[in-house]
Design a protein around this ligand. Structure first.
Ligand code: ADP
Ligand code: MG
Ligand code: ZN
Length: 638
């Protein structure tokens, strides 16, 4: 027996391997479950199978099922020894050695007892207990379900107990060295520059600690999908040569309450043991949506997980050398608590690449592609405004596939043309590609914002102007950079802000004598500011020092829920009038600013159509060159 045991095991393994291939199990990587845990369910099924098979084998050898007619013949021939008559079947033995058992299904036969008495058969009645069959019918399926459940739990995590499925180590993976570095990402130089500091800290935490410098704890990468946020996070780890713990926000949100929170705890505990390292939470918005917007009330699973994340981030000492990075393409829906100091207080914009950036990205991704010499990546970049890094990588791939299909030796310009046409058709559906006329309108619109921002006294300086489409809502943007943190705003600052918001629309009005729908969001925001000035801050001289509305409290009010009015209808009409007056006065002021600087507006818009993005310095240079002495027009509403 002992000798055979080894062979048995091998055989068993073979059977398992076969089953595995039959049921489509693929070999997994090392970090997956150990084989034993994985296939315990198969052991179980095989056992059941063997058991029923053996049972049948033994029983069918001894008990023969015979037709009722034959049973009657046995009686007539006097062959029957002993009989047990049940309600459904009759079991008995035949005379002779060895004793042979038989069974037959009972049929309606009122003469049976008479027959038996005639042939002197020894018979008795039998009550068939349903206990065993009931037990089997219930217990086996329940047992099976339990085992399948256990199996599923184990698949989620390698721990042995039921509770340990929170430890999903398969998903929290640490790459000790991501082979990605900053050279693999292009067109996002500003983001790279900002992250350089993180790299320096991670590669030499001691240096920073000695000087007591403030080290960022959480860095949030913000940008549209496919711009390289995930890539950049891994590149930071690669540059600093530290472990990289990565998990996606959606993976935290599990169906079992408490699992997400446990995972967060687990993730941070693991990372603490590996410092210096990076914890990267991809798609933070899946988990970090603002809390309290749940009208039905109650804590849901996501909230618990988010709370745990906040707790862990607070409890973390930065000088341990762990930096938490996260990525999102929807920063506006994040819970404000996540963005507070000590959490994700540093935000890095990972933007769509401009012309130069696109060319650089194309260069990176065409490194391993044989391009025909006629292919000019600069021209291709010019034809693909609005494409992000992922689109461009895809473009090169598509072109290479097209060339391969035609059995070409190298990827030619026609392949690129075809690939671009295909992709643009796809992207147009998503509103990410503009035609030439739209592009011009957007260029003037954004130039208007930027020039007004530079011309009024209290607006933040322009950092960058861009007409790279960024999705349905915004066709271009003017990015202003605050020079300092602000907690209070004065009346003239608010008026300047109002002016900047109207700048885009007024520029369109001035140049095209017509306005587009692109200014809708600007108008909305401008009106909001004007209304707040009137109703909340008491900044209207006519209505005076009365707050007509309380600040909105998102903790208790679901979105779109209007606060109760604390004023009469006539007051409401006055408020509306006053709001309209604020906006109209700002409109006149902006009209004046832009008419005076019409030549700059034209120049800037022209430059913008060409380059797609213009830095703030360039605009300031244009302004100071054109008319150095122009006085700032001051707010004159009221
Ligand atoms: P995100 O996380 O912002 O949605 P990813 O980092 O997942 O985008 O980008 C997907 C892929 O697109 C990357 O793996 C890379 O091949 C390519 N890619 C995106 N942005 C860039 C870039 N700036 N430079 C080079 N390649 C990029
Ligand atoms: Mg990503
Ligand atoms: Zn605008």
């Amino acid at each position: 027996m002992k000798m055979a045991s080894n062979g048995n095991k091998d055989q068993q393994k073979n059977i398992l391997d076969n089953l595995r291939s039959i049921f489509g199990f693929k070999e997994r990587q090392k970090n997956a479950l150990p084989p034993k845990a994985r296939f315990s369910i198969w052991y179980f099924l095989i056992t059941i199978f063997l058991f029923t098979y053996l049972q049948q084998y033994f029983f069918s050898a001894k008990v023969e099922t015979i037709p009722y007619s034959q049973f009657k013949q046995y009686i007539a021939a006097g062959n029957v020894g002993k009989l047990t008559i049940g309600p459904e079947n009759i079991n008995g033995t035949l005379k002779g050695e060895p004793v042979q058992k038989f069974t037959t299904i009972r049929v309606v036969d009122p003469d049976l007892v008479k027959d038996l008495d005639e042939h002197k058969v020894n018979y008795s009645g039998h009550y068939e207990s349903k206990f065993l069959s009931t037990l089997l019918a219930w217990v086996i399926p329940i047992g099976l379900f339990f085992l399948i459940w256990r199996y599923a739990m184990k698949k989620m995590g390698p721990g042995m107990g039921v509770m340990s499925f929170s430890k999903s180590k398969a998903k929290i993976f640490a790459e000790s060295e991501t082979k990605v570095n900053f050279d693999d990402a292009a067109g996002i130089d500003e983001a790279k520059e900002e992250l350089q500091e993180v790299v320096e800290f991670l590669s030499n935490p001691g240096k920073f600690q000695k000087l007591g410098g403030r080290i960022p704890k959480g860095v949030l990468l913000v940008g549209p999908p496919g711009t390289g946020k995930t890539l950049l996070a891994r590149a930071v780890a690669g540059e600093a040569e530290v472990p990289f713990f990565s998990i996606s926000g959606s993976e935290f949100v599990e169906m079992f309450v408490g699992v997400g929170a446990a995972r967060v705890r687990d993730l941070f505990a693991q990372a603490a043991g590996q410092a210096p390292c990076i914890i990267f939470i991809d798609e933070l918005d899946a988990l970090g949506k603002a809390r309290g917007m749940n009208v039905m009330g109650g804590h849901d699973e996501r909230e618990q997980t988010l709370n745990q994340l906040l707790v862990e981030m607070d409890g973390f000492e930065t000088n341990k050398g762990v930096i938490i990075m996260a990525a999102t393409n929807r920063p506006e829906i994040l819970d404000p608590a996540l963005l507070r100091p000590g959490r994700f207080d540093r935000q890095v914009l990972v933007d769509r690449p401009d012309l130069k950036g696109r060319e650089a990205i194309l260069k990176i991704h065409s490194k391993n592609v044989v391009l025909s010499p006629e292919v000019d990546l600069h021209k291709i970049a010019g034809r693909t405004p609005g494409f992000v890094g992922a689109d461009l990588a895809n473009l090169i791939n598509e072109a290479a596939l097209l060339a391969a299909r035609k059995d070409k030796e190298e990827v030619g310009i026609t392949d690129f043309d075809e690939a671009i046409d295909r992709m643009i058709a796809g992207l147009q559906k998503k509103n990410r590609v503009m035609n030439a006329q739209e592009k011009e309108i957007v260029a003037f619109h954004e130039s208007g914002h930027a020039i007004v921002a530079e011309s009024v006294e209290h607006a933040d300086p322009v950092h960058k102007i861009s007409i790279i489409p960024r999705g349905i809502a915004a066709l271009g943007y003017t990015q202003q950079q605050p020079t300092e943190d602000r907690y209070l705003m004065t009346r003239s600052e608010l008026l300047d802000r109002l002016a900047v918001l109207l700048g885009g629309r007024v520029a369109e009005e001035l140049v095209f004598k017509e306005i587009s729908t692109g200014a809708q969001n600007d108008l909305q925001r401008a009106t909001d500011i004007a209304r707040s000035m009137v109703t909340e801050y008491g900044m209207s001289d006519r209505l005076g020092l009365v707050a007509y509305e309380r600040p909105r409290q998102p903790m208790f009010l679901p979105e779109g829920f209007a606060p109760e009015k604390a004023y009469s209808e006539s007051k409401a009409a006055q408020i509306d009038e006053e709001v309209a007056r604020f906006v109209e006065e700002a409109h006149q002021r902006v009209l004046k600013i832009l008419s005076e600087r019409r030549n700059i507006l034209d120049d800037l818009a022209h430059l913008l159509s060409q380059k797609e993005s213009v830095q703030g310095e360039e605009l300031r240079k244009m302004l100071s060159e054109s008319n150095a002495g122009m006085a700032n027009s001051s707010p004159e509403a009221d």
